[in-house]
Design a protein around this ligand. Structure first.
Ligand code: FES
Length: 73
């Protein structure tokens, strides 16, 4: 079984612990250390907001889909 999950965030969520530490939670879905951020979100900086990008497990961008085209299907 396979599943597609869409992540739109391009940066982590920063949680401040009661002791004052910062924990960076991956919101882009590309981290190799999920659920913690490993900096892989930097790969998303050139992503267009109106496009869906498909990555493989090696974080290689395979294909992109134009949302306007998909809405017409
Ligand atoms: S937010 Fe996903 S790797 Fe940083």
């Amino acid at each position: 079984m396979a599943r597609i999950v869409v992540h739109t965030a391009k940066r982590p969520f920063v949680h401040k612990t009661p002791s004052g530490d910062s924990v960076h939670i991956c919101m882009c879905g590309l981290s190799s250390n999920y659920p913690l951020c490993d900096g892989s979100h930097r790969m998303t900086t050139d992503e267009d907001d109106n496009t869906i990008y498909l990555y493989n497990s090696e974080k290689k961008r395979l294909v992109k889909f134009d949302l306007d085209q998909l809405r017409k299907v």
